[in-house]
Design a protein around this ligand. Structure first.
Ligand code: MLT
Length: 240
């Protein structure tokens, strides 16, 4: 999208695409290749990246013939370390591809929120791109966008200029953070979101808990829009 061309895009799909990408890279995947279509993913895994693992979902469920679905827990080091992952999801990988005109594209989840905020400190123009669900905004993505805004405000010497959406996201996060400080779990709020409800309906509640593990993987993945590959640019995987 042209409006992204002036800055850094940060793609957010808490439940679950960006959480799963961060998990796979933290577990030692060499690279993640996001793609929009299932056939494109099959072709890439069989022709261009031979030996690659195939992962993703449609309707929240594992795609026929794929090695993994979209549950972070599936991406353990013994299955994914040193492998290329070709990955397609309903909304998250589309959001990534929509950011192809941006100067730089980073991938955020609650698992790496502080590392991403730190990486953004000296960027002039930042677009937080929430994948949502089928074109509508979802609370879990807004909360993470708000967490990034709040952390950036805390990290920067000068206050950044925020648009109204960023202010609203920050307000939503500050309210949630207060409840978390009072002992309520972040997973509780993610469960109440639209994405959380969708996952509960297909028996994937545990993925919500996995998505709420704040800062457990301090890595920054970047999507190189020329090569089409997502790799770690700051921090490192368990494999080193
Ligand atoms: C997506 O990209 O649409 C999601 O991550 C959906 C899901 O995980 O079920």
């Amino acid at each position: 999208m042209d409006e992204l061309a002036d800055g850094t895009a940060v793609v957010i799909d808490v439940l679950r695409a960006t959480t799963t990408i961060v998990t796979a890279l933290a577990a030692g995947a060499t690279r993640v290749i996001p793609c929009v279509g299932v056939e494109e993913a099959r072709w890439l895994a069989h022709e261009r990246y031979r030996g690659a693992r195939l992962g993703g979902e449609r309707g929240g469920l594992t795609i026929e013939g794929f090695d993994f679905g979209n549950s972070p827990a599936e991406y353990m080091a013994e299955h994914i370390a040193a492998k290329t992952l070709v990955f397609t999801t309903t909304n998250g990988t589309q959001a990534l591809r929509h950011c192809e005109r941006a100067k730089e594209v980073l991938i955020a989840s609650f698992l790496n929120v502080a590392a991403v905020a730190q990486q953004l400190v000296d960027r002039q123009v930042i677009h937080l791109v929430c994948a949502g669900t089928d074109g509508t905004i979802t609370r879990e993505d807004v909360l993470l966008a708000g967490a990034l805004v709040v952390q950036l405000c805390e990290l920067r010497v000068k206050d950044p200029t925020l648009n109204d959406e960023a202010e609203l996201a920050a307000d939503a996060w500050r309210e949630t953070r207060r409840s978390v400080a009072d002992g309520q779990e972040l997973a509780y709020f993610l469960r109440q979101s639209r994405g959380g409800q969708n996952l509960a309906a297909i028996g994937h509640e545990t993925d919500v808990t996995a998505a709420a593990r704040v800062d457990c993987h301090p890595i920054v993945p970047r999507y190189d829009t020329v090569t089409g590959e997502i790799v770690i640019v700051a921090g490192h995987s368990v494999a080193g």
